[in-house]
Design a protein. Structure first.
Length: 496
């Protein structure tokens, strides 16, 4: 066993306090799994307006009041509050600075739909505050675990401004890239606010990226180790700009320090046995009850129910990255097949428009819910026969893993975490857990759906396939052990 580690987990969003994407789920579930393995993990995040102090019992910390940090030419004075991650003894520290974080959105102004113009300042402060807080607490972290661009300057500060401060000399950093497409790139003048040596900002240098100042590039350059959220995605982002978004060469240079660790699933929220959002619970032994959820979903979606017509579900952001360009190309062809389709999500207005028209055209075959609704998301997982996820790229993806647990068979493109979690079903050997296609095209998508329908019609193949899927286990405990191995390597500790 690795001896106990002290880990500061720095993330810009954490469930249940604030969420815009999958990072928030990981930033809650992974610390819980690390804590269960007896490590001391603490979380640092901003205190956004939407965080209810009374509900989550945020408290002042005497030592962490009126902390002063230079930002550009001015001195910023802020507080850090503290609470527990609900249902745990994990301490969460909140950077409380109202001029930066007392706003309606996290990164984007809901009024304009654009990023806040001072995001660079906001997250420079966030990175510096994480480092300063440790010294004031005098808590000897072994590892600072940074996540995405919002905390990617921490490694840069530790290797430059704080390099000669004895308190920090043993701290190592891990940067987890949840999506390399989000880079935190800002105009060069923002660099002056960091307090980092100005002569370090030069063309092709550690902070410069196509004439911009890039938080993520700095993190990739300075972090002791880097990981992404699936083994396949770790390879893909080093291969081409299609996946690496310009960071591929730097990642390739650092390839010996780049790892892929699959995200886990929080099965306490996502399992059909005790899911509180679905009408009828079931498990692998009572799989025949699943159909009651299909009936309920089709009723709610105003679709005529038929046991022998497969129902395909999708829960997604409506964006090209998620494969909606090929879904829209394939939709008329798909509607000719013996199937029904339910879609839940919001996103690009062009897809809102397109799917509204498709629903008018095929009211008996397709039901579109342009919103986010957690209860309906659970019902789609439980009530669908298939789950369609044809992503262009997918760092990890969670819905395909939820689907397996619910006996809802994934139809996915072979990319990122989808390639690592879904095994293409072979009717000859009867091995596999879903239907996988490689080429990013509407033709390949349609062909995979047809393969799925053929197996659905043959119950001798279909029911064993569902049971095989339900036996898959992607719990966080496995992933947490992989992270602990990485942390231990960072500290130069070997297994006893």
């Amino acid at each position: 066993m690795t001896s106990k580690l002290n880990i500061l987990f720095v993330a810009s969003e954490v469930v249940p306090f604030a969420k815009t994407g999958g990072l928030a789920d990981v930033a809650s579930s992974l610390p819980k799994a690390l804590k269960e393995l007896k490590h001391d993990v603490r979380i640092f995040m901003p205190r956004y307006r939407q965080i209810d102090d009374r509900k989550f019992v945020l408290r002042d910390v005497i030592r962490l009041q009126n902390i002063e940090i230079p930002l550009g030419g001015e001195i910023i004075s802020f507080n850090v509050k503290s609470a527990f991650l609900p249902g745990t003894k994990i301490q969460v520290y909140f950077l409380d600075y109202k001029p930066f974080f007392d706003r309606e959105g996290l990164y984007v102004d809901p009024k304009t739909g654009k990023d806040y113009p001072d995001n660079a300042d906001r997250f420079i402060l966030f990175n510096k505050a994480a480092i300063e807080m440790l010294r004031i607490l005098h808590w000897p972290a072994d590892v600072i675990h940074c996540n995405d661009w919002q905390s990617a300057l921490v490694p840069a500060y530790l290797k430059t401004v704080y390099a000669d401060v004895p308190f920090y000399s043993k701290i190592r950093t891990l940067l987890t890239i949840h999506n390399v497409g989000y880079q935190g790139n800002f105009p060069p003048k923002a660099f002056a606010k960091t307090g980092l040596p100005q002569d370090m900002f030069y063309p092709m240098g550690p902070f410069e990226f196509y004439k911009q100042f890039s938080f993520l590039k700095a993190g990739i350059y300075f972090a002791d180790k880097i990981n992404t959220v699936s083994p396949t995605y770790a390879k893909e982002i080093q291969q081409s700009s299609e996946y690496g978004f310009g960071m591929e060469d730097l990642l390739k240079e650092r390839s010996k320090d780049v790892y892929g660790i699959l995200n886990g699933v929080d099965y306490s929220d996502w399992n059909p046995f005790d899911d509180k959002y679905i009408p009828v619970n079931y498990d692998i032994k009572t799989l025949n009850k699943k159909i009651e959820n299909k009936k309920a979903l089709m009723r709610e979606s105003n679709l005529p129910f038929s046991e022998n017509v497969p129902l395909i579900g999708t829960i997604s952001r409506l964006a090209d990255q998620k494969g909606f360009d090929i879904i829209s190309e394939a939709i008329d062809e798909l509607m000719k097949l013996n199937l029904k389709y339910v879609l839940l999500g919001t996103g690009d207005p062009k897809y809102h428009e397109l799917f509204k028209n498709v629903q008018k055209k095929y009211p008996e075959k397709i039901s579109i819910h342009l919103k986010f609704d957690n209860r309906l998301a659970h019902l789609i997982e439980a009530g669908s026969d298939f789950f369609l996820m044809p992503s262009k790229y997918e760092p990890c993806g969670l819905n395909q893993m939820y689907s397996l647990q619910y006996g809802t068979i994934p139809i996915v493109r072979k990319t990122g975490g989808l390639a690592d979690t879904v095994v293409n079903f072979n009717p000859e050997t009867r091995l596999g857990t879903g239907f996988v296609f490689e080429q990013y095209s509407s033709a390949a998508l349609i062909e995979a759906v047809k393969r799925g329908i053929a197996v659905f019609q043959d119950k001798k193949l279909w029911i064993p396939l569902q049971k095989q899927a339900m036996r898959e286990d992607f719990s966080w405990k496995t992933s947490a052990k992989e992270y602990i191995k990485l942390y231990a390597q960072l500290r130069g500790r070997k297994k006893n």
